[in-house]
Design a protein around this ligand. Structure first.
Ligand code: URP
Ligand code: ZN
Ligand code: ZN
Length: 492
C-alpha cells in the first residue's frame, strides 16, 4: 500500500484490542480501521500516541436523552448537549430511549425521537423502544414492525405509576419481542413495596432526600429481578436487567444463567462507587445523587465488582438521567419537595468512563493493569456493542468503525461541576482522578481535541440493528408452550 493511502495513522500508542494489549499503530481509511500493526506507512494525518492508550470509543447503552421521565419531568439534556458531553467523556455511541407514554402511538414516538437526534446528535445513536402503552395495536402491530425495522431492543418499567407495565403486559411484551427478535430490558423494582414504603415514610415525617434510599427497599429489586427472570424463562425470551444495585440481584442473575436462562445484567458507576451513606448531606444537597434504584452498601459494591469479573453482569452503563437542581428538574414540584417529589437520576454520560478508568485502571497495581484495562474496555464498549447488535462498534479491530478514544493515563484531574451537558452539576465533584480521554474520534473524524468540540450537531448517525445472538431465544420451551406437552395448544 502506498504511504499516503491511510487517512490517519495513530502512531505508537498502547492499543487495546479484544484479544490483548500491545504497542502498535492504528491506521484509518475513510470511516474504518484499516490496519493495526508496527511501523505502518505514513498517513495523510498522523497522531503521536506515544505514552497514550488507544481504546475504542465507549458505547453507553442506557441513557435518557430529551425524554419525558417516568415521573413526567423533561430531561435537561437535548441530543446535542447529551451527546456532546458523551464525546468529551470518550463515548462515541449511545442507546437512548424512544419513550412511549400511555396516550402515545409507538411509530410516532420513534419518528419524533429520530428527528430530534438527527437534528442534534453529535455521535452515533440507537434507540430502545420503551413501551408504556402495550395495547393490541402496539403489541400486535407497531412493536414487531419497529423491531424488524432495526430497533432491536425494548424497555419496560415494572414501577413508576405513569409508565409501569403489569405482569400480563410484561408477558405480552416478552412474547412479541421473542417473535420479532429483540432483547427486552427491564427496570426491575416491585412497585407495591416502593409505594407502601413511601407512604409510611412520608406519614411519619421522613421527607428528606436520604429517605429515598429507604423507600426503594433492596427487597423490591430482588423480588422484581426474580419475577422477570421467571417470566423470561417461561416465555424463553432473552432479557437484560438494567442497573443492578444489590448483591442478591446479581446473585439471582448468576443462578438463572447457571441453569441456562438467557438473562444479562448491567450495573452503573454510581452502584460501584457510591453508597446510600452518600445521601446523608445537609439540606437538599443529596438531591443531586438521588436515583432509582438507590445506591446501596459497600458490600453491594464489592459484590457487583465480583459479578462483573465473573461475567454474571456484562456491562456498565451510565443510566444518564439529567435533571437540573432547579424548578426545571429536581425542584419541579416545589422549592421544598419531599423525597418522592424529586426527579430521580444522575448525569453520567461524561463521567462514566473517566471515573471508571480511574477506579479500574489507574488504581490497579502494575500486575493487574493490563487485565483491568481489558475489562474496562470490555464492560464499557465491547460488551455493550456485542449484546445490543452494534457489530461495527466497541472494538479496535480491522473493519470496525474508526471510533477511537486516545487516553492520557497520567493526566490528573480534580473534577468540578463544569461538564459539557446541560445539567449544571457533577455527582463526582471534588474527586481527584487519573486518566483522561484527550482525543476522541468517530468514523475517522475528530470529535474532541485539546478540550474543544470539533463536531457539529446532527453529524451522529442513527444505528439500525440486525437481530444478533443476544436476541435469540434458547429454544427451550416451557411445557405449557410445547405442543407435545400442552395437549396440542398453539400458543406461540
Ligand atoms: O433514577 C433513574 N435511574 N432515573 C431514570 C429512569 C430510570 O429509572 O432508569
Ligand atoms: Zn431504570
Ligand atoms: Zn434509566
Amino acid at each position: 500500500m502506498a504511504s499516503s493511502e491511510f487517512d490517519l495513522v495513530i502512531r505508537g500508542g498502547t492499543v487495546v484490542t479484544p484479544t490483548g494489549v500491545a504497542q502498535a499503530d492504528v491506521a484509518i481509511l475513510s470511516e474504518s480501521i484499516a490496519a493495526i500493526g508496527r511501523d505502518l506507512p505514513a498517513g495523510r494525518r498522523e497522531i503521536d500516541a506515544g505514552g497514550r492508550y488507544v481504546l475504542p470509543g465507549g458505547v453507553d447503552p442506557h441513557c435518557h436523552i430529551e425524554q419525558l421521565s417516568g415521573g413526567g419531568i423533561m430531561n435537561a439534556d437535548t441530543f446535542e448537549t447529551a451527546t456532546r458531553s458523551a464525546a468529551f467523556g470518550g463515548t462515541t455511541s449511545v442507546i437512548s430511549f424512544a419513550a412511549q407514554h400511555r396516550e402515545m402511538r409507538l411509530p410516532q414516538v420513534v419518528a419524533d425521537y429520530a428527528a430530534l437526534a438527527a437534528k442534534g446528535a453529535v455521535i452515533d445513536h440507537a434507540f430502545h423502544l420503551m413501551i408504556a402503552n402495550p395495547d393490541r395495536q402496539t403489541i400486535d402491530h407497531d412493536l414487531p414492525a419497529l423491531i424488524r425495522a432495526g430497533h432491536r431492543s425494548v424497555k419496560v418499567f415494572m414501577t413508576y405509576d405513569k409508565v409501569q407495565v403489569n405482569d400480563e403486559q410484561l408477558l405480552d411484551v416478552l412474547l412479541a419481542s421473542r417473535q420479532a427478535g429483540a432483547l427486552v430490558c427491564v427496570h426491575a423494582e416491585n412497585h407495591g413495596m416502593i409505594k407502601w414504603m413511601v407512604e409510611r415514610l412520608l406519614a411519619r415525617g421522613h421527607v428528606e432526600p436520604k429517605f429515598h434510599a429507604v423507600s426503594h427497599p433492596r427487597a423490591a429489586e430482588i423480588e422484581a429481578i426474580h419475577r422477570v427472570i421467571a417470566f423470561a424463562e417461561f416465555i424463553d425470551q432473552p432479557v437484560m436487567i438494567f442497573h443492578v444495585s444489590t448483591a442478591e440481584g446479581a446473585e439471582a442473575i448468576r443462578a438463572a444463567r447457571g441453569r441456562g436462562v438467557k438473562v444479562f445484567g448491567e450495573t452503573c458507576p454510581h452502584y460501584l462507587l457510591q453508597s446510600a451513606e452518600d445521601l446523608v448531606l445537609p439540606g437538599y444537597e443529596a438531591a443531586r445523587l438521588m436515583c432509582s434504584p438507590p445506591q446501596r452498601t459497600g458490600a453491594d459494591q464489592a459484590a457487583l465488582w465480583q459479578a462483573l469479573e465473573r461475567g454474571d453482569l456484562q456491562l456498565i452503563s451510565s443510566d444518564h438521567a439529567p435533571y437540573r437542581m432547579d424548578a426545571s428538574g429536581k425542584f419541579n414540584a416545589s422549592a421544598t419537595p419531599n423525597f418522592k417529589q424529586i426527579a430521580n437520576g444522575q448525569p453520567g454520560l461524561e463521567m462514566r468512563l473517566p471515573v471508571l478508568f480511574d477506579a479500574m485502571v489507574s488504581r490497579a497495581g502494575p500486575a493487574r493493569r493490563v487485565e483491568r484495562l481489558m475489562q474496562f474496555v470490555a464492560w464499557t464498549a465491547t460488551e455493550p456493542a456485542r449484546l445490543y447488535d452494534l457489530p461495527r462498534k466497541g472494538a479496535i479491530a480491522i473493519g470496525a468503525d474508526a471510533d477511537v478514544a486516545i487516553w492520557d493515563p497520567a493526566r490528573e484531574v480534580t473534577l468540578t461541576d463544569e461538564l459539557h451537558d446541560n445539567v449544571g452539576y457533577n455527582p463526582y465533584r471534588g474527586r481527584r482522578i487519573t486518566g483522561w480521554p484527550e482525543i476522541v474520534i468517530q468514523r475517522g473524524a475528530t470529535l474532541v481535541e485539546s478540550g474543544r468540540l470539533l463536531a457539529r450537531p446532527g453529524q451522529g448517525r442513527l444505528l439500525l440493528r440486525e437481530a444478533g445472538p443476544a436476541t435469540q431465544p434458547t429454544g427451550r420451551l416451557s411445557p405449557e408452550f410445547d405442543p407435545q406437552r400442552n395437549f396440542g395448544a398453539d400458543l406461540m
